[in-house]
Design a protein. Structure first.
Lengths: 415, 338
């Protein structure tokens, strides 16, 4: 159209669409070990490099190098690997369950497992987490049973949400994991408020929260940075930059000129850009941010550079908007493979051990699924009483809701 | 004429208006390259360019606010909010700004923005992909509120909305996108090709904003409804063998009270049906208006059939949804009242 050819309006470029070769030339990757690690008390101007380069620990030979190496015990690394493998297999099995019509909807976290696993391992159990919808590994690390998670997906008689939420909108009061909204970015400033309360009460628990690159466009993201800085809230604010917001490339959330981490210094908050597929680097920057928060220095914004290997959700078909082989060309690799290779490089893992781990996790997922469906699915088996839908609108049923509950019972009796 | 489902009819309305008026621009999340998560804008970026069909940041407040600004500078933006459930970050811009710019500037400025948004349940969307918030916007003075129930009206009303010099919120009942839905989820889906309103002219035409439609003339009672519930009520009345006059409100603001009241004066009995929650829902406004205008003609209390006053629960979608059984019970109660 001539009208558009004449237009001076800038529209961000999407590097590659279906049929084109993947192009990650927009991403400048710092060598492992190259980015200095400032003291956690350091003033803002000494942290500014962190917002533009990428903190990485694992080098091409799968060795941990540089000042950010968290020097983790091999047993912890093996545990991290187990959580990541379990999450991936859980995701695969639940996708299959959705395709079989057993659950209505699902969202995988494939390719992003290191973010939730390493971060939750670096935090304390008392720290409060405000996750987004792609942090399923957080529930696994925090010890929630797979059966409980699956019952939520099935909206069955043991569903923690009592059948009210879409699949994947888990929560766990016991494990300090807040309820997932479904609306984007709302949890970000709520986490800040939780952290403000912790500071107010002189408690040393901190809060952590996550959202995607696309969601940083919501005003809530900016509220969070503002309040976190004004009150020096003990909070870790995480942007999981997985490059795609459904069909929309991250440049449309304004990652085109400066990285998302750079939003931090603009508000007076250190921003760290980290290789989100490097388990050790994610662990190390989280430790750094947690120490700042716990010491009362203030909040930290972390941008995890990663890639959404799967579809946005089961309602999405990414082959319509990005090259099919994009993930294979993703320059930061796969988080599971990288941690596995590291463990092997330091002589703490073998292919045999890995095969055994995969088998164990598969069996764990299968057994959990077998148990979960016994508590019902949307179409078969035990089901919550529909009358429960009127509960929890308020603490107590209002007369209005009580009347409607009776009306529904009448309606169901006549069916 | 051609056969269109509601998605195609809406797409055709946008295409027709973009071809007629270079000031019409589209914006919204995933509306450009991808063509929208429900495919309503499919092919339009290819045809009209990426400067004219804008993929927006995920920022509903930002989308509506910049649409207002664009409209103040001569454009006619059609903004898509991906789900009506996501419209609330834009609420301040809609309520305090969009709705009042003409009023507060003494008529010197106006903002001809159209906001399209899919609404309603029936697709297992749970509490964040199923809401019908039309009453929330009907209560705001200065925005028109539209909800079509079929492809023909959808296209004609969307063209009217885009041409309207006042702002319009255009609710699209997503369960109707691919076919009329009578409230029974276990029946095989019916396509729009089986329905007379699936016949849609390819070119330009308008369905006026502010006119209700008598979908089916009748004598025993009047059913006032809109959106998905038009089809549910029609099926329920038919199953009961009741000679109901069914009115599709189509335009919530401004309301065609005359068509509605004339019908109720004739039948003397009235059931109001919508999918949204009952308390302070738009049915309350309809009921009050009918009572004021038709009191001496009424032979029975006006009854409302609605969703319950709870969020939309994922597992109990069909217990929540006001299906044929709930409509039938109200029809019977209205007819039996003496």
């Amino acid at each position: 159209m001539s009208a558009s050819a004449r237009s001076r309006l800038h529209v961000p470029r999407t590097p590659a669409r279906p049929g084109e070769a993947p192009d990650f030339s927009y991403l400048t990757i710092s060598p492992a070990g190259a980015v200095p690690r400032p003291d956690t008390n350091a003033p803002l101007n000494e942290t500014e490099r962190l917002a533009s380069e990428i903190v990485r620990v694992l080098d091409e030979n799968h060795r941990a190098v540089g000042p950010w190496d968290p020097h983790l015990d091999p047993a912890d690394l093996q545990l991290g690997l187990r959580y990541m493998v379990l999450t991936r297999l859980y995701d695969d099995r639940m996708l299959r369950a959705q395709r079989q019509g057993r659950i209505t909807f699902y969202m995988k976290s494939t390719g992003e497992e290191a973010v939730s696993v390493a971060q939750c391992m670096a935090l304390r159990p008392g720290d409060m987490l405000f996750p987004s919808y792609r942090n399923q590994a957080a529930y696994i690390v925090r010890g929630c049973s797979l059966v409980d998670l699956m019952c939520q997906l099935l909206s069955n008689s043991r569903d923690m949400c009592k059948g009210r939420q879409l699949p994947v909108m888990y929560h766990s009061r016991k494990a300090n994991l807040f309820s997932i909204s479904g609306n984007l970015a709302t949890q970000f400033p709520q986490a800040v408020g939780w952290a403000m309360a912790a500071a107010y009460k002189n408690e040393d628990d901190i809060a952590a929260t996550w959202l995607g690159d696309g969601s940083t466009a919501e005003a809530d993201f900016h509220y969070a940075l503002l309040f976190a800085q004004v009150y020096r809230a003990p909070v870790i604010l995480n942007v999981v930059n997985n490059q795609w917001a459904i069909s929309t490339f991250q440049a449309f959330a304004s990652g085109e000129v400066r990285p998302f981490a750079a939003r931090g210094p603009g508000y007076g908050i250190p921003g760290i850009r980290v290789d989100g597929n490097d388990f050790l680097a994610v662990y190390a920057v989280t430790q750094w941010a947690a120490e700042r928060a716990r010491k009362g220095v203030g909040p930290t914004l972390i941008e995890h550079v990663t890639y959404r290997a799967s579809a946005h959700s089961t309602s999405d078909d990414p082959s319509r908007y990005r090259p099919k082989d994009e993930y294979e060309r993703w320059p930061l690799g796969d988080p599971v493979e990288r941690l596995k290779s590291h463990l092997m490089a330091i002589g703490e893992w073998s292919e045999e051990q890995h095969a055994r781990l995969v088998k164990e996790c598969e069996e764990q997922v299968t057994a959990a699924w077998r148990e979960a469906v016994q508590y019902g699915t949307l179409t078969e088996g035990p089901r919550l009483d529909p009358a429960t839908m009127f509960e929890d609108v308020f603490k107590e049923l209002t007369p209005n809701l009580e009347r409607q509950r009776r009306e529904l019972a009448e309606e169901l009796k006549q069916k | 004429m051609s056969q269109m489902n509601m998605i195609q009819a809406l797409n055709s309305a946008l295409d027709v208006m973009m071809a007629r008026d270079p000031n019409v621009v589209l914006m919204g999340e995933d509306v450009g390259y991808f063509g929208g998560v429900f495919r309503v804008t499919d092919g339009l970026q290819r045809k009209y360019g990426e400067h004219r069909v804008l993929d927006s940041p995920i920022s509903e407040g930002g989308i509506v606010a910049t649409a207002i600004g664009m409209s103040l500078n001569g454009l006619r933006p059609v903004a898509e909010i991906q789900f009506a459930d996501y419209i609330y970050p834009a609420y301040d811009q809609i309520v305090s700004e969009l709705a009042r710019i003409r009023y507060r500037s003494g008529g010197d400025f106006h903002a001809p923005v159209t906001i399209r948004t899919p609404c309603g349940g029936g697709i297992r969307g749970g509490q964040t992909h199923s809401q019908s918030p039309e009453a929330v916007f009907a209560h705001v003075c200065g925005i028109k509120v539209v909800m079509p129930s079929n492809p023909y009206d959808a296209k004609g009303l969307l063209i009217s909305a885009i041409e309207d010099d006042d702002p319009v919120i255009f609710f699209e009942p997503k369960r109707l996108y691919n076919g009329p839905f009578d409230g029974d989820p276990n029946k095989p889906a019916t396509p729009w090709s089986s329905h007379p309103k699936g016949e849609v002219p390819e070119g330009y035409y308008r369905v006026p904003i502010s006119s209700a439609e008598i979908v089916r003339p009748g004598t025993q009672l009047t059913i006032v409804t809109y959106g998905t519930m038009v089809h549910v009520c029609t099926a329920a009345a038919q199953a009961l063998g009741v000679d109901a006059e069914i009115i599709d409100v189509r335009t919530i603001v401004p309301l065609d009270a005359e068509t509605i009241c004339e019908s109720v004066r004739k039948t003397g009995r009235c059931v109001i049906a919508h999918e949204a929650t009952r308390f302070a829902g738009f049915g309350a406004e309809l009921s009050a208006t009918i009572q004021e205008e038709c009191f001496w003609h009424l032979e029975a209390p006006i009854l409302r059939v609605t969703g319950w006053d709870t969020p939309y629960p994922h597992a109990f979608e069909w217990e929540y949804f006001p299906g044929q059984a709930r409509v039938a019970a109200a029809i019977k109660a209205t007819l039996e009242a003496s």
